[in-house]
Design a protein around this ligand. Structure first.
Ligand code: 8OZ
Length: 366
């Protein structure tokens, strides 16, 4: 029995035709081959199992060693990492899927033990976040960051640019810039974390500059039709705050729309939490943006159907449901029960809680 809804209709995202409106949201899983930050064979299995989503977005992947903030997250800056990701994209493409990689710089959400020579993590301003990261097998307070010199900013943009070139070499269909959840680009954009007095601090225009310059550089490498971005206007994730969020994001989205990005991926509300923590005009953002609107956070079949039918979004990104349901598309199509996820295996470990969630066909055969 199939349930009629736009969720199962194809969607043309620039030059790419997506089989349906499901996006697998980027999900941090901390299972790169230890010491190398290379996605291993299990990662290829994991993404291939989920290839029936219209578009897969990989877990956040650091654009440089400096951009890493948690143990065993994959990178996209070395030859070995590119080779590891190539195995992932080949497997997904063999199954008819499409996959973008999420490009990440954590900024201040890091720890000296993850940085070259134990250096301080970098940030717009030297303000330590209240929060923890996972490193050396346990949780630890994030380290005190240092403010980036103005002269270092072109190097950050170059890191995103090189990561984009690498992503294309690794066979990705496109890239998603991580502009969300309290990491570097959002640290620059918001005034709780950015106290700079140069061209990258102060006014909204100045604070948004790095996100827009990075976007421009990525677009120059990948093409606008293969570039998306994720933002989270009101989330408090990673101790982030701003005094005039609506005006900030109106400006950011105008800039992204002018760059003709393929999609705007919006975490609505608190990341992984309540959707209604603060008033915000998401419909207004959608109107300002010329490309596709990807809605995320707490969507289920009913809400996704309602929002797509109302024309309030083009694509819906599902996170945790994709962790425990490799065939989420098939399950929602037939109304089959969903597997519950196990929080204890979200971050780190091996196949358990990663590649061993059953698809319907496997359950039927049991
Ligand atoms: C959970 C744990 C660590 C990182 C994000 C990349 O929130 C993350 C993340 C999520 O965007």
């Amino acid at each position: 029995m199939s349930r009629p809804t736009k969720l199962f209709e194809t969607y043309k995202l620039g030059p790419i035709t997506l089989a349906n409106r499901f996006v697998m949201a980027p999900l941090t899983r901390n299972r790169a081959v230890p010491g190398t930050f290379v996605p291993g064979a299990l990662a290829a299995d994991y993404y291939a199992q989920r290839a029936s989503a219209g578009l897969l977005i990989t877990e956040a992947s650091q654009v440089s060693q400096q951009g890493q903030g948690y143990q065993d997250t994959p990178g996209i800056y070395s030859k070995d990492q590119v080779a590891g990701w190539r195995k992932v994209t080949d497997r997904v493409h063999e199954r008819g899927g499409k996959i973008f990689i999420q490009l990440w710089h954590v900024g201040r959400i890091s720890h000296v033990d993850l940085q070259a020579n134990g250096a301080a993590p970098v940030a717009p301003s030297a303000i330590r976040a209240k929060g923890k990261t996972f490193v050396n097998g346990g949780f630890a307070d994030v380290s005190e960051p240092r403010a980036l010199e103005l002269s270092e900013i072109p190097g950050i943009i170059d890191d995103f640019k090189r990561a984009t070139t690498n992503a294309i070499e690794a066979g990705f269909d496109g890239v998603e810039i991580h502009g969300a959840n309290g990491y570097l680009l959002e640290q620059f954009a918001k005034d709780g974390t950015n106290k700079r007095t140069d061209a990258y601090g102060g006014s909204i225009e100045n604070r948004a500059r790095l996100m827009l310059e990075v976007s421009k550089a990525v677009v120059a490498e990948a093409g606008a039709e293969r570039t998306g971005i994720r933002i989270s206007p009101v989330t408090p994730a990673n101790d982030i705050s701003d005094s005039n969020t609506q005006a900030l994001y109106d400006h950011i989205v105008d800039g992204l729309s002018a760059l003709k990005l393929a999609y705007l991926h919006v975490v609505e509300g608190a990341t992984g939490g309540p959707r209604d923590i603060a008033p915000f005009d998401y419909a207004g953002l959608r109107k300002r943006f010329a490309g596709a609107y990807v809605a995320n956070n707490g969507y289920d079949f009913e809400l996704a159907t309602k929002v797509l039918d109302a024309g309030a979004a083009d694509l819906i990104a599902f996170g945790k449901p994709f962790i425990s349901n490799p065939d989420l598309v098939e399950r929602l199509k037939t109304g089959a029960a969903l597997n519950d996820w196990d929080k204890n295996t979200f971050y780190g470990g091996g196949a358990k809680g990663y590649t061993d969630y059953p698809a319907l066909a496997a359950e039927a055969a049991e």
